[in-house]
Design a binder for this molecule. Structure first.
Ligand code: HEC
Length: 149
């Protein structure tokens, strides 16, 4: 009788471990899948987020960006010689087409430092609404005559 109980206990344990094993495997998979899906896409430049370039966009660029990036975006603004890292030439498509619109948006909104670039590229998130930043991205695409990655 005693040994029967023991056998049952062992069997239960084996069954339990077996299920636990299966379960932890499937939890692994369950964890992986939502992680992939859970990438935050809230700021991505979806179609409705593309703001077209207006006269205001050009003025914003002249007023806030040109002193470093140059009036025509060649990276030769009046402050450029004094910066440790040269401001990006916004007319150079060969580099800018390796960047997505989202990456340009992020660097403008959050600043160079936040995206692993030079801190002398300031953050503009407190100065401009997202819409204006999206339109600046569009304007840079116009300057480089290139497309998002
Ligand atoms: C104080 C100077 C300065 C001002 C003002 C400035 N930038 Fe920059 N910006 C830089 C520098 C320096 C870099 C290069 C960063 C690097 O390569 O690490 C840069 C890089 C960039 C880049 C490219 C990021 C990359 O992937 O290399 C974009 C886009 C950009 N700036 C947009 C703007 C816009 C739009 C404005 C105006 C709202 C602006 N910048 C104003 C200095 C400036």
């Amino acid at each position: 009788m005693k040994s029967l109980r023991k056998t049952m206990q062992v069997t239960l344990l084996v069954v339990f471990v077996f299920f636990l094993g299966c379960d932890s495997k499937s939890t692994d998979q369950q964890v992986k899948v939502p992680k992939k899906e859970a990438i935050d896409i809230s700021g991505f430049q979806s179609i409705e987020n593309v703001s077209s370039v207006t006269e205001e966009t050009r003025q914003v660029y002249q007023r806030y960006c040109a002193q470093c990036h140059g009036e025509k975006g060649h990276g030769d603004g009046i402050n450029a010689p004094y910066l440790v890292v040269p401001p990006r030439d916004h007319t150079k498509g060969d580099y800018l087409e390796t960047r997505s619109d989202q990456q340009l948006f992020d660097v403008i909104k959050l600043g160079g430092l936040a995206v692993g670039r030079a801190p002398c590229m300031p953050a503009w998130g407190y100065t401009f609404e997202d819409k204006t930043i999206h339109s600046l991205v569009s304007y840079i695409r116009e300057l480089c005559d290139c497309k998002s990655l």
